[in-house]
Every structure is written in structure tokens, then in C-alpha cells.
Ligand binder design. Structure first.
Ligand code: SAM
Length: 282
């Protein structure tokens, strides 16, 4: 009979292969699509400031759109007067190498949380450079309030939390969003860019309509999601993330826009919602 330990080992190995496959796919996909998505990153990310948490950063392609400054050595680095610390909460360890490279290119001091990433082979910054902003890589999610990594709780509350294209994958968006909100300071801001189910034809957040048949393509999204989520490492194309953010309440402001770009077939099944939600003051 196969022991419980063997079953666990097989499960972990298969999950690792799934993680690796997705990270490899993401190298291709992000290089293909980053330019299209950067338009929205440029609109939303420059407001991010203070003690920051990013959920599901992947390769951390967002960092170059934070506020930068020219440092004393003439290099163009993230501005320590705007961003004081950065925590990257990412469950897939195959993302870490490129994430670290991007963080270093943008002038951060990179460090791993050894409790959640004990086996990671990638180096920590040997000698932290004075004046550079700390960047901590933490393995985990906000799926479950009881399983938020200790180091995240210790660094909370955050001034800013951001995520792009991760709410489509989290186990339960409402629960992750409530955890995001609980980790924010009163008055702190959640910034997001997500692909969503086609907004209804009369949705007031739509700023770019492009004549897409929203009803038809919304149904297509519902039909394909069961297969898509298996192929796409848990990604759902039928989530209404903007509406879910507004629905959980507890915000003093929810401000987002939606677009139905007609670039290719992928855009019809991945319209975007992007913007921010500001936590109520008390
Ligand atoms: C589609 S990629 C987006 C990566 C990056 N945010 C970007 O915009 O390029 C989704 C990311 O979410 C991460 N992820 C998957 N499940 C997650 C979860 N339950 N909680 C947080 N992040 C998750 C994946 O590992 C991956 O890095």
C-alpha cells in the first residue's frame, strides 16, 4: 500500500511541475503582452507609496512603473522617499529568480524570508546598499486568513497593496480581498489591474467599448472557464473582480475603469478593469 508520505511527495512533485510549467509559459506570455498591459500599469502604479505589499508579483514586471529617482551614483532607482519598503508575496518559487533580477535592476536590496522560502537557492543581496529600499520575497498567499505568513502580519499595516492578474487565480476572491483590506492601514489604498468577465453592456465603468458583443463574449468566458482554469494554473476568465472589490464594502472610495480592447481573440475573453480602492478611515 502506498504510504501517506509517498502520496504527499507525489502531490508536491506534480504541483512543482505545474508551477514550473506556468512560470515557463509566463516568460513567453509576459514578453508578448507586457507592452499592452504597461499602458495600464503607467496609469495606476505611480500613485503607489510607503510600505508596500504586492500579491502574486510573478516576475515583478510592475516595479519599473513605481516612482523612480536618480541616485547619487547616477543610476535610476526606485525613489526611497516614495517607496519605503516592498514585500513580494508569491506562491510560485519558479518566479523568484527573475523577480529578484527585476528588483535589483530597479535598485532594491533583495532579501528572502527564510521561514517561508527556506530552500531557495537564489542569493540574498550580500551587502545591502545604503539608501536602497528593502525588497522581501515571501512565499505564500492571502487565500486563508489563518495562513497569512507571519512576516507579512509583522510588517502590516501597509500603505499600499497592489496586484495585477492574480485575483483571477486566488482560491476565493472575496476572502483574499478581505485579507488585503485587513492588512491595509485605515485610508490605505489597494491598486489593481485585472482581467475580468465582460462588463454588462450598460456598465458605467467601461471607458473603451470598441463595439464588442459583451453578452456573447461573456457567455463564451463562462463556457471556457472550467477548461481554461486547468490549463491556466487556476486562472478564471469569468470573474467580475471590479464588482467583487466594490461588493466587499469597507472602502471609502472605489474608483476603477474597464476596457474591452479589440486587439485579438484573447482581449475579447480578457477585458480589463483597473483602478484603486481606498480603505475607510476606521
Ligand atoms: C498571471 S500571473 C501575473 C504575474 C504578475 N502579477 C504580472 O502582472 O505579470 C499570476 C501570478 O499570481 C500568482 N498566484 C497564483 N495563485 C495565487 C494565489 N492564490 N495568491 C497569490 N498569488 C497567486 C502566480 O504564481 C503568478 O505569479
Amino acid at each position: 500500500m502506498v504510504s501517506a508520505v509517498a502520496v504527499e511527495t507525489i502531490k508536491n512533485t506534480l504541483w512543482s511541475i505545474y508551477d514550473w510549467l506556468f512560470s515557463t509559459f509566463w516568460i513567453i506570455e509576459s514578453s508578448r503582452n507586457d507592452n499592452k498591459v504597461d499602458v495600464y500599469r503607467k496609469m495606476v502604479w505611480p500613485d503607489i507609496s510607503g510600505n508596500v505589499l504586492e500579491l502574486g508579483p510573478g516576475f515583478a514586471g510592475s516595479l519599473k512603473f513605481l516612482v523612480h529617482a536618480t541616485t547619487t551614483d547616477g543610476s535610476f532607482h526606485v525613489d526611497p522617499n516614495v517607496i519605503t519598503s516592498y514585500m513580494a508575496l508569491e506562491p510560485n518559487p519558479f518566479m523568484y529568480g527573475r523577480m529578484q533580477g527585476n528588483a535589483e535592476t530597479n535598485g532594491f536590496n533583495v532579501e528572502y524570508d527564510r521561514q517561508s522560502c527556506p530552500d531557495d537557492k537564489v542569493r540574498d543581496t550580500a551587502s545591502p546598499k545604503p539608501g536602497k529600499v528593502p525588497f522581501k520575497i515571501v512565499r505564500g498567499t492571502l487565500d486563508d486568513a489563518k495562513a497569512i505568513p507571519e512576516v507579512v502580519l509583522a510588517q502590516a499595516p501597509f500603505d499600499s497593496i497592489l496586484t495585477s492578474f492574480a485575483l483571477c487565480t486566488v482560491r476565493d476572491p472575496e476572502s483574499s480581498l478581505k485579507n488585503i483590506q485587513s492588512l491595509l492601514k485605515p485610508g490605505g489604498t489597494f491598486y489593481f489591474i485585472e482581467h475580468v468577465r465582460q462588463p454588462d453592456p450598460d456598465d458605467k465603468t467601461v471607458v473603451e467599448d470598441n463595439g464588442v458583443d459583451a453578452v456573447f463574449w461573456g457567455k463564451v468566458q463562462d463556457w471556457i472557464t472550467p477548461v481554461w482554469r486547468i490549463l491556466g494554473h487556476g486562472c478564471h476568465v469569468d470573474r467580475r473582480s471590479g464588482l467583487t472589490i466594490a461588493k466587499i464594502g469597507g472602502w471609502k472610495l472605489v474608483d476603477y475603469k474597464s476596457v474591452r480592447p479589440v486587439i485579438d481573440i484573447q482581449s475579447r475573453i480578457m477585458p480589463l478593469s483597473f483602478g484603486k480602492a481606498v480603505k475607510a478611515d476606521s
